[in-house]
Design a binder for this molecule. Structure first.
Ligand code: ADP
Ligand code: MG
Length: 277
């Protein structure tokens, strides 16, 4: 058995000493695996991800046994040391690329900025790497597009740029928090397929966060279901989706409009249906 890349042990988070929004959560992510954390809005998924990167607001308090990256407890790292991990060993993409991208900088310079922070490349090597990253996220005419500003791109292309920025650090783990929620269904499937494809090329681990169990079940190796800060179910996507054990998981499946059309199909049949649609 491989040792985990990321291990979160007994994580709890509170805001202003009130009720726990993450409650004694423990899970592992193995190298190269796709792990999906699923739950309805407000269940504590983003707070869990932000806890790992120690990016929580000041009024949040973390309590945990350990949050370890390859056995190294990040809770013991200083802020300075964490800066070298964020964006480098652990990449992050969010739901809304427009608010994460800088509107007054070309997309090429935004990718280059990340390369400058983490690697010492010559100007030419840096430009070549920007082009390579844009190709990797399948942006057509990268040579021309790198001079574009975010508003000149479609929503799907902007999310591809966000992925390129996250990949620029060559992370071992990419956290994708609702990466397709602001996109329409066809584009959602394309972005998920792209993430999976890149994961297979690079061997990085992918931690997908979503409210949509059906969607992530198509590409995840393992699924964990979260409700009110607690992990209520975890397992292979086929079994969690086709044979949910916890009432909340069943509720989650019934509540999702995107899967009602798939309920009569088996998991295998649903796969191409969701990815090709
Ligand atoms: P999810 O990502 O699953 O939709 P979140 O992790 O964003 O949920 O939020 C979990 C809970 O934490 C929610 O109940 C939310 O209201 C609360 N929360 C998030 N951010 C803050 C904050 N800055 N101050 C107080 N409560 C917050
Ligand atoms: Mg969230």
């Amino acid at each position: 058995m491989k040792s985990p890349l990321l291990s979160v042990e007994n994580l709890s988070v509170t805001f202003n000493h009130q009720q726990k929004v993450v409650d004694d959560l423990s899970f592992f992510i193995y190298p190269g695996e796709t792990f999906a954390l699923v739950g309805e809005s407000g269940s504590g998924k983003s707070i869990t991800a932000l806890s790992v990167l120690r990016l929580l607001p000041n009024n949040a308090k973390i309590n945990a046994e350990a949050i370890s990256l390859q056995g190294d407890n990040l809770l013991k790292r200083t802020e300075f040391e964490l800066c070298k991990i964020r964006g480098r060993r652990i990449g992050l993409i969010f739901q809304d690329p427009m608010s994460s991208l800088n509107p007054v900088m070309t997309i090429g310079s935004q990718i280059e900025e990340v390369l400058d922070i983490h690697f010492s490349l010559s100007k030419a090597a840096s430009k070549a790497r920007v082009l390579e990253l844009l190709q990797q996220v399948e942006i057509p005419n990268p040579e021309k597009r790198l001079k574009d500003y975010p508003h000149q791109l479609s929503g799907g292309q902007r999310q591809r740029v966000m992925i390129a920025i996250a990949l620029a650090g060559e992370p071992e783990l990419l956290i994708a928090d609702e990466p397709t929620t602001s996109l329409d269904v066809t584009i959602q499937a394309q972005i998920l397929a792209l993430l999976k494809n890149i994961q297979q090329q690079t061997g990085m681990a992918l931690w997908l966060i979503s409210h949509d169990l059906a969607l992530v079940s198509t590409i995840a190796d393992r699924v964990a279901v979260m409700q009110k800060g607690k992990m209520v179910e975890t397992g292979l996507p086929q079994s969690v989706f086709n044979n949910p054990q916890h009432p909340y998981t069943r509720k989650l499946i019934e509540a999702l409009p995107s899967i009602n059309s798939c309920l009569n199909h088996s998991y295998q049949e649903k796969l191409p249906l969701l990815l090709v649609k």
